[in-house]
Ligand binder design. Structure first.
Ligand code: 0O2
Length: 199
């Protein structure tokens, strides 16, 4: 089924507009950071509109009515926008910018960076409502290292029934912990270089 057939053509336009507004916001920040800091905080962004099949699975899993209306009113990540940052401190910097940008209202915040999920997943999610259209969106902000883990983990096992799961889970968790340690070391190296620069 196409997005238009499921969400409706008009709503699809609003969803795409939300992606464009978020992209423009990020591009504005990227342009204003050039030359100001040591490393560009935002490495890249991606966005997607959740496929009808994936949305229907989520509605069913949450026990919500299997209707496009429920999808539009009760699920935030119909529009998913991801911002991938260089360092952990950049994640919190970008979250601060997002919270005060004025183009949407933050309705929930999930800080899996300060409080990682048991499987090792680390990101900050803002569940937002666009101020002009009322469209719901989920903005995920994470480091480039964690994005690498999350992308592979998503393909390998997230929400899949896999044989030999205990070993897989613990190996993926070990990788997530190693990545968290790399993020911390990179952050420390950055601070040391900044200090050296300021002498
Ligand atoms: P997709 O294919 O990315 O769209 P949920 O747990 O999804 O039922 P909720 O409230 O939407 O409920 O959860 P949350 O925590 O905000 O997660 C929403 C999205 O975050 C997920 O979307 C994933 O993109 C990402 N995410 C959350 N936890 C994990 C994880 O453990 N591993 C990975 N790789 N990604 C995660 P969807 O709809 O599940 O999937």
């Amino acid at each position: 089924m196409t997005n238009e057939a499921y969400y409706g053509a008009e709503y699809c336009i609003l969803m795409r507009q939300a992606c464009e507004q978020l992209t423009a916001l990020v591009e504005k920040w990227r342009a204003s950071y050039v030359g100001e800091t040591d490393v560009q905080p935002i490495v890249y962004c991606t966005h997607r509109i959740k496929s009808p099949e994936s949305m229907m699975r989520k509605l069913a899993a949450r026990g919500l009515p299997n209707t496009p209306e429920a999808a539009k009113r009760q699920v935030y990540d119909g529009v998913g926008f991801r911002i991938v940052c260089a360092f952990e401190s950049d994640v919190f910097l970008i979250i601060q910018h997002l919270e005060s940008c004025g183009i949407f209202t933050v309705e929930h915040k999930k800080d899996y960076l300060s409080y990682p999920k048991p499987n090792g997943y680390r990101s900050v999610h803002l569940c937002v409502r666009m101020n002009d259209s009322g469209v719901l969106a989920e903005i995920q902000v994470r480091t480039i290292a964690m994005d690498c883990w999350a992308t592979l983990e998503h393909q390998l096992r997230y929400k899949k029934n896999v044989a030999n799961d205990t070993l897989l889970k613990s190996e993926l968790k070990r990788c997530a912990d190693e990545i968290a340690s790399v993020d911390l070391t990179m952050q420390t190296i950055r601070e040391l270089l900044k200090e050296a620069d300021s002498f």
